[in-house]
Design a protein around this ligand. Sequence first.
Ligand code: 87F
Length: 516
Amino acid sequence: MASGEGKKSGEGKKPNANAKGGGKKKEVKKETGLGLSYKKEENFGEWYSEVCVNGEMIEYYDISGCYILRPWTMAVWETMQTFFDAEIKKMKIKNCYFPLFVSPGVLQKEKDHIEGFAPEVAWVTKSGQSDLEVPIAIRPTSETVMYPYYSKWIRGHRDLPLRLNQWCNVVRWEFSHPTPFIRSREFLWQEGHTAFATKEEADKEVLEILELYRRIYEEYLAIPVIKGKKSELEKFAGGFYTTSVEAFIPNTGRGIQGATSHCLGQNFAKMFDITFENEKGEKAMVWQNSWAYSTRTIGVMVMVHGDDKGLVMPPKVASVQIIVVPVPFKDADTQAIFDACDATVNTLNEAGFRAEADLRDNYSPGWKYSHWEMKGVPLRIEIGPKDLANKQARAVRRDNSAKIDIPMVNLVEQVKDMLDNIQQNLFDVAKQKRDACIKTVRTWDEFIEALGQKKMILAPWCDEMEVEKDVKARTKGETGAAKTLCAPFDQPDLEGVNCFVTGKPAKKWSYWGRSY
Ligand code: 87F
């Protein structure tokens, strides 16, 4: 398996130990030993891996494409999980867990769906030194694992809807450049698999789930996304139609599929014989959906908000929202300062915030500032002798470095306002940058020009698959071909508008661009 892979730059080692060529490597700050070697604007790829590692989200592992998710990452994942899990429970979706292993017979049952994906399936072939009688696949997704049991469990219309979700890991043995969170060989996700008696119920759920995905990105991660429908070429081949939320990374000019919600139609019902007796006593096939979001969400967060000081965590997902740092001075009463820090943390925790004090005495305040900035903590509170005397604290925002002195009597109120404001500001700034990258075009020449400027392109299209294939072929370059990202649900006027490639009357507006 995986023979002949080469390690790529930034892969397999700590980026710091691996810094070579490509971008400028800045002297690491002597004073603190912290700081990044790469700048976001100058060498995005190296900057990204360095931020993931130095921000203590990721540790590289000795298997290419596999990463250790550290507590700083898992806390973000768990916050999103808590939100999503509660929302799907309100929709009467239940959690379950199916095995990691797939028997080859079942996996290959659905040939069309698996065909294109087959090279990415990892297999277990041995136990100890002996070959297994039959090799066993590791799930890349669980359609083929789950649907034989859906066939067994669904008999009559009273068994419907069947709505299950599982939180699990999946393995896809990718060969293109691995990137923490964005393209890893094992990742965490939730996968929802539901079955209904009618298409209408399935259609409705597809959009309800997509709205939850929008909320994860926009309300939690402070990242603007576009909701839309995938083209025939880009949809999940086994399904009926695919909807997605699409984000954009301005620095690389690439779109990124944030999460997908598929209507599978009756394709899998046919293959796995998932049928039921309807109210009239007739045999009918179920309508199915499947939907997922993964730890990729966290990579998009790092890419969109991170800066040259490190991670920038939106307050809603940050495991530490406020870091309190004592600033002792000469012969000032150090103990009183430490006590004030503890008291501040207690007050904030009691008010429902996630606050911590960094009372370590073997690090300077300056070192601590850099450290917590690298980790992206949204708000820092500094308490020194003057603050103590004036019954105030100094608050410093991670997103824009703004400093304000807060009277202790207003602490909870002002911290709440500041965190809300940081959350909103991160979204606003990200949206402003994203919007500045959107270019509407009408012609091929305008399209090519915009693509060269790393734009996300909104273009009228005749919606023919051959045309998308042609665009892909004609834009193929080192950085990858342009393709459709989605046809936004929010469609501009189409009247009298022609396809930017063929000049035929346009059937829809679509976003196009290079993508992850
Ligand atoms: C890789 C290997 C084998 C993606 C794969 O999007 C199979 C597949 O079926 C595969 N990579 N897919 C498509 C997954 C579709 C669908 N599954 C449930 C989702 C949402 C969750």
